[in-house]
Write a protein of this length. Structure first.
Length: 221
């Protein structure tokens, strides 16, 4: 198969933990060809969705800088691939939204996009937990400083974070003393113009988080 990964720059991969890298390694082991491009490489031109795509070869090295060799990029239609995997990390900004629109157009032209661009656009990674309120810690989503302060007053030890980030970026913990709470709320909400997530701190996080992978509704090891 000819597989294209829509991902962040390869030079920034931390291969000891990057799941996209693990998928590339396994795909190459099975004999598939690996290609990569970024959101900025896509265009809608002549009625088709195209991208400047680079084929890469896995070297087998376990070094962050030497794990692949890259050919020269070439323009291709997304329909030329057996599968196009959207693996770009947040921030989930307007450029990300526009990219899902282009991917959705490519899908309508016959490209096989995973996951569905519409689903990626509609399923915010932070807000998704609101679909399962019975399983989550006390959670508030708001841009209102008074609500955030009242939440801290009730729970005393809280986490505040943006809705469009990842990897711990922009996450703050405010303990019982409320140190810098006002400044943190102002910064994260852009003085009330941007919604954030506030949650009660869970002490067990020091033991690490747990992730469950589902494929076709089935839990996998």
């Amino acid at each position: 198969m000819k597989i294209a990964f829509v991902c962040d720059p390869l030079d920034g991969f931390k291969i000891y933990k990057d799941t996209t890298y693990a998928m590339m390694v396994e795909a190459a082991r099975r004999g598939h060809t690996i290609h990569v491009f970024q959101h900025k490489d896509m265009a809608f031109e002549g009625g088709r969705v195209v991208a400047n795509v680079t084929r890469i070869t896995m070297t087998g090295d376990d070094d962050d800088d030497g794990w692949y060799r890259a050919d020269a990029p070439a323009e291709q239609e997304l329909t030329a691939f057996d599968a196009v995997l959207e693996r770009t990390d947040p921030p989930f900004n307007m450029e990300y939204i526009y990219a899902t629109y282009l991917l959705e157009l490519a899908e309508k032209q016959g490209a096989r996009i995973f996951n569905k661009p519409e689903a990626v656009r509609s399923h915010n990674e932070k807000l998704a937990i609101a679909q399962f309120p019975q399983y989550i810690a006390p959670t508030l989503v708001t841009s209102d400083a008074l609500r955030a302060r009242a939440f801290h007053h009730e729970h005393r030890d809280i986490i505040l974070k943006p809705l469009d980030g990842m990897g711990g970026a922009g996450i703050f913990r405010v303990k019982d003393d409320g140190l810098n709470l006002g400044s943190i709320i102002e910064m994260l909400t852009d003085n009330g113009h941007r919604s954030i997530m506030v949650q009660r701190y869970i002490p067990e996080i020091v033991d690490g988080d747990k992730r469950i992978l589902l494929i076709g509704g089935q839990v996998v090891p």
